[in-house]
Design a protein around this ligand. Structure first.
Ligand code: PHE
Length: 418
């Protein structure tokens, strides 16, 4: 019931005004797709781990973290949109489901780890379509060192080796972020020569990884692989970058990264160290490499999906059949602020639909919107597309879900269904 404490993984979390995790979301925690060696997410993890073979590999950290770990320790400002109840899942005011693997950086640095690769499930409230799912997987890679231990020389040597290997490879790297810029500066605490060397070490490692994952895939047809580096902003790195890869004629954003801010290292008690960090999303990459058309498929327990993949192999998924879709529209008046009810947020509606429909909902699209000229009330029409990955749905089953959705939006969100 709504006042009982939330019990997850044997621990109890008292509810408060922040609690917004749903049973549907909590039911995903035990799946641990990244640990299945012959699941696409597990296969990709292993492949990436082999690129960072000398790193410590961490794969079983709990998804429940403190708000401090996920946001404060990394320097997220108090008003950062990621903190909003509409964007993140909270157990209560102090505990949440991590929204990114960076949540474990500070504690890892604090424990003395220097080179590590951490794979985990992460959780974000979002829209519903074929490439968004409230749970996905990230890998965080970090490399920090104490410059007084000969590490600078090692970095220089590794950079020279990696530079030569990349030069010989069939890859075109588009990078206008090479030097410090006014919008993406080095940290004031850093010797610019060392900062440049760390940034280059980060880039060489990741260009090598991209080459390993995407180079020589059939869809490139002998053409060089194209990678581009773009300036980015993250509160705990400077300079910061994003990486995009050209695949099937489209730029695919695959990761964020940067030189770790000394403030984050100081908070971890290792202010004498310097280094880099990156975080990449596994589903996006797996979808293109394995030709998986719908993100829900990763969660399928159907043998027709699971039996297609082999440990250590990237293979092309063969769709076993596409079941018919069935869509139902819902139109309602959204309450205005003056009506004094809880403010309307689209993600709350998405969450409610996910909670009732689970993986049977393929997408939710806003198809019409207008404002009543006299009352100022807004009307919204959403189309809910129902389709199972594994079987045909009956009209009765879909109607039952749709009726529950209507009942709950009316009861819980103060909207008036038209
Ligand atoms: N955590 C960031 C994200 O989810 C990615 C990132 C990781 C950026 C490490 C910088 C350093 O977008």
């Amino acid at each position: 019931t709504p006042t009982d404490p939330i019990v997850v993984e044997g621990k109890t979390y008292p509810r408060d005004a922040f609690s917004n995790v749903t049973p549907t979301i909590l039911s995903k925690l035990p799946r641990r797709l990244h640990l299945s060696p012959s699941h696409p997410i597990g296969i990709l993890r292993t492949l990436i781990e082999s690129h960072f073979a000398s790193f410590k590999h961490l794969n079983s950290l709990s998804p429940i973290v403190t708000v401090q770990q996920n946001f404060d320790d990394l320097g997220f400002p108090a008003d950062h949109p990621g903190r909003a109840l509409t964007d993140s899942y909270y157990l209560n005011q102090t505990h949440m489901l991590r929204t990114h693997t960076s949540a474990h950086e500070v504690e890892s640095f604090r424990s003395g780890l220097e080179q590590f690769l951490l794979t985990a499930d992460v959780y974000r409230r979002d829209e519903i379509d074929r490439s968004h799912y409230p749970v996905f997987h990230q890998m965080e890679g970090c490399s920090v060192f104490d410059p007084s231990t000969g590490a600078i020389e090692r970095l220089e040597k590794e950079n020279a080796e990696m530079r030569a290997a990349l030069k010989a490879a069939n890859i075109v790297i588009e990078d206008e972020t090479g030097e410090e810029t006014a919008t993406n500066p080095y940290q004031a605490e850093h010797d610019p020569r060392v900062a440049r060397m760390i940034a280059e070490h980060l880039k060489n490692n990741l260009n090598g990884l991209v080459l390993k994952l995407f180079g020589g895939r059939a869809s490139q047809g002998g053409e060089p692989l194209r990678v581009r580096w773009i300036e980015a902003t993250f509160p705990w790195t400077a300079p910061s970058y994003e990486v995009e890869v050209m695949f099937n004629g489209k730029w695919l954003e695959i990761l964020g990264c940067g030189v770790v801010r000394q403030t984050a290292l100081e908070r971890s008690g290792v202010g004498h160290k310097q280094g880099w960090a990156f975080g990449l999303g596994l589903e996006r990459i797996a979808m293109v490499l394995f030709s998986i058309p719908d993100i829900r498929l990763f969660w399928s327990e159907d043998a027709r999906f699971l039996s297609q993949f082999r440990e250590g192999e990237i293979s092309t998924f063969k769709p076993y059949s596409k079941y018919p879709e069935c869509y139902k529209d819902i139109t309602f008046w959204v309450p205005t602020k003056e009506e004094g009810v809880k403010e309307w947020h689209e993600n709350d509606f998405m969450e409610l639909v996910r909670d009732e429909g689970g993986d049977l909902v393929e997408s939710v699209q806003l198809i019409d919107e207008f404002t009543h000229p006299k009352t100022g009330r807004k009307s919204r029409c959403y189309r809910l597309n129902y389709r199972s990955m594994d079987r045909s749905l009956s009209n009765e089953e879909v109607n039952r879900i749709q009726d529950r959705v209507i009942e709950r939006v009316t009861g819980e969100m103060g909207v008036e269904v038209r």
